[in-house]
Design a protein around this ligand. Structure first.
Ligand code: HEC
Ligand code: HEC
Length: 421
């Protein structure tokens, strides 16, 4: 070593600048073939077409999306007139609400997930207790802590509001207008609502449930429009794939590139957060603490049973699918390993979707990464993730990488604001 270099080294060591704080940044030209394939697999360029939903005959009908769009933003669908889907799924927050636990007609027990790219998911809710987007959409409408409405009131709204009646008929044909209906009734409501439901005759109950299911199908058609947009990461991926020997493209900083390397390498985040939406759409136990005041959640262990029992599932009478279409439901895994397992969320747009995890247990990305680094024991069953042993500088790089995954949606602007009229 020359005398000059030796002096620099001594000065650096003396001033506390060690490799601990300043890891050499990798040369971006040094991606291996396998790494390039992984980067490619995460790129939005590889997002396939939205999978068809055979259980929903109107899933790709423009008029159905129009009806669903109006319903999504309409607070008249709630018992107190204050709650719409968009209350908890706000377009400017990537269809989340910024709260730890959602607040509808009352305080909820779960964190509102982003709805961006939701049409690619085979299961819905953190525990996957719904097997279609339209079946999912029905639940908040009748949940006491969300919209707190019921299917009879919603059917009457379709009958009495002429713009809705017209749109509904365009999409679904006839609207049963002749029905004599009580003020409010549902098989899931309080005692009075349940009694009123039982007092209705079977054909009326069926007609009402059909209108209700159709509203879910229209809302699902709208949500199929919510598609993520190209991020800095995707631009970087395109540059690397076009020319693996490329020097640092401008789209990601050196620190973000280092974070990407950790994400697909050492930390193995990519084993669950994979594909262009950064999710395998499966269920895992990652040792997240129980929500304060709640028992540890059973997660998917209960979710799959609930999905099988749901009268609005793929094999039910309101589904447009044939039994052979319902592969996911028929072959879904069902084992003790699913105790405490939750759906792997997308990591796109994370900078706008805090707080994180199924109960909003973790406030910041920095804390999420600390959680993975520690990999605490699970309160129920076992944590699948193992401690990572990442150094502070590596955690920072990983965090910087995660912030490169936010971008405006690829969805036309008109779908992202409440209807003007
Ligand atoms: C009171 C707030 C609130 C309202 C109102 C609400 N949601 Fe949600 N939404 C949530 C929460 C919280 C979850 C997660 C619940 C769970 O997993 O148990 C969720 C989950 C979802 C999911 C599943 C996402 C996934 O990744 O699996 C979809 C889709 C969804 N909501 C759409 C809707 C639609 C459509 C409406 C209106 C009909 C609606 N939500 C009304 C709070 C709300
Ligand atoms: C074993 C599968 C698995 C691995 C490995 C994994 N995750 Fe996750 N991730 C999940 C699941 C499941 C959740 C939701 C857990 C919950 O809410 O209980 C989650 C949640 C998250 C969230 C919160 C997102 C939100 O919207 O709430 C972030 C951020 C995240 N993971 C990043 C990472 C990073 C970074 C790594 C690598 C260090 C990683 N994950 C490794 C499965 C995994």
């Amino acid at each position: 070593m020359s005398k000059k270099l030796l002096t620099i080294a001594i000065v650096l060591i003396a001033s506390g600048v060690t490799a601990w704080n300043y890891l050499p940044l990798p040369n971006p030209a040094q991606w291996t073939e396998a790494e390039i394939q992984l980067i490619d697999s995460l790129s939005l360029a590889n997002l396939p077409l939205i999978p068809p939903d055979p259980s929903n005959a109107v899933a790709d009908l423009e008029q159905a999306a129009e009806l669903g769009y109006r319903l999504f933003f309409d607070t008249r669908l709630s018992s107190d007139g204050n709650v719409a889907c968009a209350t908890c799924h706000q377009p400017e927050l990537m269809f989340t609400d910024g709260l730890r636990l959602s607040m509808g007609a009352a305080l909820g027990t779960r964190n509102a997930p982003s709805l961006v790219g939701i049409a690619y998911s085979p299961w819905f809710y953190w525990d996957g207790r719904k097997d279609s987007q339209w079946a999912q959409a029905l639940a908040p409408l009748e949940a006491e802590i969300e919209h707190g409405s019921d299917r009879v009131r919603l059917t009457k709204l379709m009958q009495t509001d002429s713009p809705y009646a017209a749109l509904y008929q365009t999409v679904f044909g006839s609207l049963p207008v002749q029905l004599t209906l009580p003020e409010s009734a549902s098989p899931l409501g309080n005692r009075t609502q349940q009694a009123a439901w039982k007092a209705m005759d079977a054909p009326t109950r069926r007609a009402v449930s059909q209108v209700f299911a159709n509203l879910g199908k229209a809302i699902a058609a709208y949500q199929r429009k919510l598609i993520p947009g190209l991020t800095a990461f995707d631009t970087y991926a395109a540059a690397v794939i076009a020319n693996p020997a490329t020097r640092q493209p401008d789209s990601l900083s050196a620190s973000q590139v280092a974070g990407l390397r950790i994400f697909i390498g050492k930390a193995q985040c990519v084993s669950c957060h994979n594909g262009p939406l950064f999710t395998n759409s499966e269920f895992h136990n990652t040792g997240v603490l129980a929500v304060p005041g709640q028992l540890p959640a059973m997660g998917r262990y209960d979710g799959i049973r609930l999905a099988r029992e749901d009268p609005f599932n793929c094999t039910g009478e309101f589904s447009d699918a044939t039994a052979s279409d319902c592969i996911e439901l028929r072959f879904a895994a069902d084992s003790n390993d699913l105790v405490g397992a939750h759906k792997t969320p997308t990591l796109r747009n994370l900078t706008l979707t805090a707080p994180y995890m199924h109960g909003g247990q973790i406030d910041t990305l920095r804390q999420v990464l600390q959680h993975y680094n520690d990999a605490p024991l699970s309160m129920l069953s076992h944590n699948e993730a193992k401690p990572l042993g990442l150094r502070p500088v590596e955690l920072r790089q990983l965090e910087n990488f995660l912030t490169s995954l936010t971008a405006p949606l690829a969805t036309a602007k008109r779908w992202l604001r409440a209807p003007a009229d």
